[in-house]
Structure formats: C-alpha cells, structure tokens
Design a protein. Structure first.
Ligand SMILES: *Cc1c(COP(=O)(O)O)cnc(C)c1O
Length: 522
C-alpha cells in the first residue's frame, strides 16, 4: 500500500485492519459502551435524597407495587454514558455535514450566549405579559425581519417546524376557501414530483387531494403538464412548490406558475426550506407567493437534528393574513401583548396550533443571527452558499454525474449514472462513513435515479471543501471502477450495514432483560 507525502495511505485502509477486534471492545480512543439498561442497576443512584417525612398517603391505593426498573447510575457513569454515545454520532461541530435540503450550517456561539440571557431563558409563558415586554418585543422584531426579507405582509410565528409551518399555511388556505364558500369544491392541490415528502403529507392531512406534476428534463416544473392540470380549474385549491426546488434549481417559470394558479382561483404555497439560497436576494412576496414557511433551524442557523426543537414561522400574503392562527403579538398604547382569543382582532383566525407562542429560544437565536449579519451579511450568506455548492459541483463533475446541466443554487445534485453495474448510491454513502463524513442526502429527490444531494452551506472554508472533494473523488472513482469492497463498507463505523427496512417496519422499541437461564447458558 502506498503512502501520501503526509503519511496517509493512498487507498482507504489496509483490509487487515478493517475487522480488528480488541479485548475491551473499545477501538483506539473510541470507547465501548453498553446500553444504559445493561450498565445500570436499580440500587445505584447519582443523587442523595432526604428520606420522605411520612405524612398521609393520598394515592388512593394506586401506588406502584414494584420497582420501576429504571436503570440507576452514578453521576460519572451517567456522564460517560452520554459522552461515549455522543462520540458514535456525527455533528456539525465535528465536520462538514453535506445533507442536502437540510442546510446544516454552523450554529454561531453568539446565538447561544443571547439565548442564555436570564431575561429570555428564565421566563415562563404564563407570566403576566407586562413582565415579559422585552421577549414580546423580540418576537415582534423577528417577525418584522421575516416580513421584510420575504416581502410578505404577515407572519404566523408559532409553528414549531417546517412541516408544522406547512400545516399552518395549508390550514390558512383551507380557511380562506371556507370563507369564500369554495372549500367543498376546491380540493385539488398540485405538487411537483420532486417535492419533499412533507408537502403531499400536509395537503392530505388538511383534507386535500394531491395531483402530481411532472419534472421536465431541466429539473423544473414541466409547464406543459402544469397547464394540462389546469384545464379544469373549479376544483383547484392551490399548488405546493419548493423554490429553489429540491433539485437545487431555481424555478425559472415561477411568476408564470403563480399567475396560472391565481387565475385558476387557487393559492400558491411555497415551501421555503431552501430560503438560504436566496435570502437577501429574492423576496418570495414578489414572486406571487401566498404562504411560505421559513425553517429558522436551516436558514437562520438555529441548531437542528437529533430531535432538537425546530421553528417554522409562516409568512402570509394579504389574501391569507386574516386567517393566521392565534396567538400573535400586537403593539398598542400599553406596549406589546399577545392576541390569544379567536374573536375581536382574530375573529377569522383558523384556530391555534401550539399551547403558547412558539419556540422562544429559537427566536432569540435567529434574531441574534440576523442582527449579527445585518441585511448585507444575509445577502452574502446566500451568495456564498450558492458559490460553495457550485464549487463542489465543478470539482466533482468529472468523476460524478450532475443530474442536470448548468449552475446549481445552494446544493449540487448527482445521479448514480457514473457508477459501475452493481455499485449503488448506498455503497458510496457507506464508504463516506469510513472517511469520517456524514453521507449526503440520498435517493431524494425521487425524480433523479440514485440521487445524491450535497449541500455544503456557506460556513465551510475552501480548505474544508477541498478535503471533502478529494475524498469524494476517490470514492467516486472506486464506484466507477466497480470496486466490490465498497459493498462491505462501512468497515470502521461502530455499526455495519443495518437492516433499515426491518428497523422501520418492525422497530424494537423496548429493551427486555435477558432471562437468567440465557445468561447462565453463555
Ligand atoms: C427540511 C424540509 C422540510 C421540513 O422541515 P422540518 O423542519 O424538518 O419539518 C420541508 N421541505 C423541505 C424542502 C425541507 O428541506
């Protein structure tokens, strides 16, 4: 095996190392760790509680008769358990996270500092509103930024994720149709074939019927197909379209699409998850959008992944603004207050989506990000995100196959057309794990065979992009040559190939203790 001048192997790793087992189960400095149920025991604890003082039992005979079976750990054991597990995971704080459509950008530490200020972190949603005027003002200011950046007159701040924002926008559309007396007839929502799965799911959740529009050879909405879908219009509720779309391309006919939908009597829902590509450059309101969610956890750098809280404020056009859900912040002579009831100022609201006002911690982080970048800085975010994606596309296009011709927006999309027979997208993704990278988004969008969608975001340096492209180049060449060892990857990850279908269809969600006989037999 050859070595590079800096001492790294020129081929991935010697096969003799790949299966290495150790006595302790740890490998190098990566510690072995069992399940918490296996290492814990009910008679251990990390806290020392005073003995209960007795008193009257008011549980009426329903008190628990047996141990809960929860594992007890000492504090150092608990700390190590989660620390060790965290090392088996990937994080944006570890490296480039190329997951397309997810905008995995750096989460600035300044955001965290602001979110931890006691005036934001230690307040309670049930506190009297006059004691939280600063927090309400912050929500109002963030709303102003979102309306200005999108060129839209209204925004519902409460949705708690992108998909939740979609639900908000589509419920507003449904309510507008109800108000027009059209809700019974207008049931059809057009959704491009390249859409994120949440789009059709949302439409169906709101009682609409999904009608799929084809993509054309350029990866955009097929305008002929769209026009044919609009030959009859009396049943059209609207369209749900992502722009830039999930092929990483700007929908060049977007204004015509908006006009066609409006002429048909429908509304234009834009999935704004890819706003990072155009923030500060394009105002969706100018494109004829009626509703669009914004993922604060993508474009505006609040942390996401691993089940952390998202935030999906949804901007609304004049036509939909009256139907925005409660609560929302207004300012009058007495200062800021939340409109909570669906009467008075909110008598046309479609209802309420969340218990309180939304994800306060994410609002603080997003506004911090906006203020620290300024309007000019946000424009540069979009420009750099697009530049970085095009750099990757340009560097990899000789070894991988771009799905469409021409420049991309914020993400580069490749098909599996360059791989030798038998080598698939999944094999490339698994080989990336061995090289220390989280895989790109794969097999999405569905309109591209074996899709590989790479979104570097603007926060990666050229050096980091080059290291990624150097790695991808070698993996892509192996795939093109039909290197069968790719089929066995990952060799170095803690878990090898998992049966993902079984895991999804028959998830094992409960740990059962091995029976004492089975342990004795080992
Ligand atoms: C991320 C994403 C969504 C969903 O957002 P969540 O916050 O994950 O619910 C919807 N559409 C597109 C195109 C996305 O990339």
């Amino acid at each position: 095996m050859g070595m590079q001048s800096i001492g790294r192997p020129t081929s991935p790793f010697p096969s003799s190392v790949s299966g290495a087992e150790t006595v302790s189960g740890s490998k190098g400095l990566l510690q072995h760790e069992d399940l918490i149920f296996e290492i814990g025991s009910p008679d251990k604890t990390g806290v020392d509680l005073p003995k209960p003082r007795g008193g009257k039992n008011r549980l009426g005979g329903v008190e628990r008769q047996q141990q809960t079976g929860l594992p007890g750990l000492s504090e150092p054991e608990a700390v190590r358990h989660y620390m060790r597990l965290s090392q088996r995971n990937y994080a944006i704080d570890l490296g480039l996270f190329p997951l397309g459509s997810c905008t995995m950008k750096h989460n600035p530490r300044l955001n965290e500092k602001a979110a931890r200020m006691p005036g934001f972190a230690d307040i309670h949603p049930l506190q009297p509103q006059r004691t939280v005027q600063g927090a309400l003002e912050l929500i109002d200011e963030l709303a102003t930024w979102l309306k200005t950046l999108t060129g839209m007159p209204a925004v519902a701040m409460s949705p708690k994720a992108g998909a939740h924002g979609e639900l908000c926008g589509m419920l507003a559309i449904r309510q507008a149709l109800v108000a027009r007396g059209d809700a019974e007839t207008r049931k059809r929502v057009l959704v491009p074939a390249s859409a994120h799965g949440t789009n059709p799911a949302t439409a169906i959740q709101c009682g609409f019927v999904v009608d799929e529009i084809k993509a054309d050879a350029r990866g955009r909405v097929d305008m002929n197909d769209l026009r044919s879908k609009l030959e009859t219009t009396e049943d059209v509720a609207g369209i749900m379209l992502t722009n830039p779309n999930t092929c990483g391309l700007f929908e060049t006919d977007i204004k015509t699409i908006a006009d066609l939908i409006h002429d048909a009597g429908g509304y234009f829902y834009c999935d704004g998850a890819n706003f990072n590509a155009i923030v500060g450059r394009v105002r969706p309101g100018d494109l004829g959008v009626d509703a669009m969610h914004i993922n604060l956890h993508k474009t505006f750098s609040t942390p996401h992944g691993g089940g952390g809280p998202g935030s999906g404020p949804t901007v609304l056009s004049d036509a939909l603004a009256p139907y925005a859900p409660v609560p929302f912040v207004v300012k009058d002579d007495d200062g800021f207050r939340l409109v909570e009831e669906t009467d008075g100022a909110a008598d046309q609201a479609f209802g309420r989506m969340v218990a309180f006002h939304g994800q306060m911690g994410m609002f603080v982080r997003a506004l911090t990000y906006m203020l620290s970048h300024g309007a000019d800085g946000l424009k540069q975010v979009a420009e750099d995100a697009v530049l970085n994606a095009n750099y990757i596309q340009a560097r990899l296009k000789s070894v991988m196959k771009p799905a469409f011709e021409g420049y991309c927006m914020h993400e580069a999309l490749f098909s599996d057309a360059f791989t030798a027979d038998g080598i698939e997208t999944i094999d490339i993704a698994k080989a990336m794990l061995d090289e220390g990278y989280h895989p790109m988004t794969m097999y999405f969008p569905l309109v591209v065979h074996g899709a590989m969608l790479i979104e570097p975001t603007e926060t990666e340096s050229k050096q980091e992009l080059d290291r990624f492209c150097d790695t991808m180049t070698v993996i892509a060449e192996r795939a093109a040559q039909g290197d069968q060892s790719l089929k066995g990857a990952p060799y170095l990850a803690p878990k090898k190939r998992l049966d993902e279908t079984q895991a999804a269809r028959k998830p094992v969600l409960k740990w059962t203790a091995p029976s004492p006989e089975a342990v004795a037999a080992e």
